[in-house]
Design a protein around this ligand. Sequence first.
Ligand code: URA
Length: 242
Amino acid sequence: MPKNREAFRLDRFLSNQLNISRNDAKELIKKRLVTVNGQAAKLFDMKIDPERDTVASEGNEVVYRKHIYIMLNKPAGVICATKDRLTETVLELIPPELRRQGLFPAGRLDKDTEGFALITDDGVFAHEILSPKKHVDKKYFAVLEKPAKESDVEAFASGMEIDGGDVCMPAVLEITDNPSEVYITLREGMFHQVKRMAEAVGNKVTYLKRVQIGGLRLDENLAVGECREILHNEIEKIYAKK
Ligand code: URA
């Protein structure tokens, strides 16, 4: 195998891809239910090249995905964390067929914020989409206590100072036909940033939903609490400007 290709132990590969324990993977192999390139596998630690070898378990091909990317329409009341003793986390909303070891939310939405939460096991990708240097904007829909003013658009665009002395990067405020409903596009993700920006112009957010990450919109077919895998070409959209 070429040096830069990854080799996996068969039991580890099955455990990762099927989201089962190592022991369950070994059990499948022991029962001769796993084939590699059509031959029943005998060894737990048989080395496989996931990009070349065809592995099947109980007759079904185990399609290799190095990483997984999930779009969740996060409900209010759920937190962006991997585990919590008291509060439901976004990971608990992921159905078993999409679960894997190492999943985490890429970025945090507040407990009361709804909308597009991205869950993945790809740390490099998460770092990239969160880094302001990569220019992956996040767009939010917000309902405000009071109508937004035209002067707020300028304040958001100019890089305002918010409470605690943090200075924001320039952001886009779009006022809809109903001036209490706005879209806000940010390049960074400071703690409670949208809420603090609204407060800096004398207003208050009463409802907040993330609707877009980079060029990828939250799928309108996802009900609140539902999720689906993000397809390969959609990952490219995340990096696209709009
Ligand atoms: N800004 C906020 O204030 N809250 C969020 O959840 C996301 C952005």
